[in-house]
Design a protein around this ligand. Structure first.
Ligand code: ZN
Length: 346
């Protein structure tokens, strides 16, 4: 069994893992803003923010530099646990155009008073050929080591790691672990190949085999992947899927897939007991995007709680997953493959 429960201690408090870091967008387009949720869900005191985006928002960045408290700016409690990634995904817009340095990113993460720092990285995509991939992987590795040299203080440093070949992932992780001083590792570039479950689970397993340290997966903490990540022993993940789903009027139902609300409009109440849905008619939830976002986050939290329940009550997590994925051939196959891959490890 690779699923594992640990405690992650940070300067703003401890959190039980596995844990989701919901993406907390503070982009200029209000459409992307996340409604406040920190403090609403007791076992989800976490947020993922993008260091680059924060630095680019001039007025806020100026306030932070003059001593404003980032948690105040977010409307988050003082003990919110914040993971700041470098914002590497946006570098892809120009060909290899990285517009920051490890030192600058560290300074931003420090100004934010983040608990976990992700190192600067140059993500891969399906389009880059083998030489370009190799170059980007080496670049991300160098950036991570540079950050390790310059990092001090109580924040945790996670090296961002990329690769589409399990062997490359393993070698990179082991190399970083030997050469640098990291509190954990964060796997990136998996979103573009997210539909290829077998490939993704293989890469994650390779990383799990290479280190016992905290393992984060960037970007895949959506509704379909979350149980698979837990099954593979991933310690944390982040996602904005709960926001995107809500924008598409998609309502996540624990144990099922997302449902377009229009398809169930004849219902008076929704099949969920979370604080959003329990006493509100479906029409009210449907007409308020913020409520939908909050419910979707509850749905992800309930998925996490179910795993804890299965583990605490000694229930078989594999039979739960079989049930969980039954209604969807693709994900059922993905789970079965992952199960074989996990067995192959033993
Ligand atoms: Zn609900």
């Amino acid at each position: 069994m690779l699923y594992r429960e640990r405690t992650l201690s940070t300067q703003h408090g401890s959190v039980n893992t596995p844990i989701l870091f919901p993406v907390r967008n503070i982009g200029t387009r209000s459409q992307d803003n996340t409604p406040e949720y920190i403090g609403e869900i007791p076992d989800l005191p976490t947020a993922m923010v993008n260091a680059r985006a924060i630095r680019e928002r001039e007025s806020q960045w100026e306030r932070l530099k003059q001593g404003a408290d980032f948690r105040d700016e977010l409307g988050a409690p003082d003990d919110a646990i914040i993971f700041a990634d470098s914002g590497g995904f946006q570098f892809q817009e120009g060909p290899g155009a990285v517009d920051t340095t490890p030192a600058e990113t560290l300074r931003t993460q420090e100004e934010i008073d983040a608990d976990i720092y992700g190192t600067v990285d140059v993500p891969l995509s399906e389009e880059c050929g083998p030489d370009e991939r190799k170059r980007r992987i080496e670049r991300s590795t160098d950036y991570a080591l540079e950050a390790s040299d310059q990092h001090s203080g109580d924040s945790l440093l996670f090296a961002s790691v990329h690769g589409y070949d399990p062997e490359v992932i393993q070698n990179t992780l082991k190399y970083l672990d030997r050469q640098g001083d990291f509190d954990g590792f964060a796997l990136g570039s998996l979103v573009p190949i997210g539909g290829q479950y077998e490939r993704v689970t293989n890469i994650i397993l390779a990383a799990r085999k290479a280190t016992d340290k905290h393992l984060h997966v960037y970007g895949l903490g959506g509704f379909l992947y979350l149980p698979l990540l837990l099954y593979l022993g991933v310690d944390s993940f982040d996602s904005s899927a709960f926001i995107r789903s809500a924008s598409h009027r998609r309502y996540l139902v624990p144990g099922f897939r997302g449902e377009i609300l229009r398809n169930i409009s004849e219902l008076e109440y929704l099949p969920c007991g979370c604080p959003v849905c329990r006493d509100r008619p479906l029409d009210d939830v449907r007409s308020d995007r913020n409520l939908l976002v909050q419910h979707n986050l509850w749905a992800l939290t309930i998925e996490l709680r179910r795993f804890r329940y299965a583990a605490a009550s000694d229930r078989d997590i594999e039979s739960y997953l079989r049930l969980r994925y039954q209604g969807n051939d693709v994900t059922l196959r993905a789970f079965k493959t992952a199960k074989q891959q996990v067995r192959g490890l033993a």
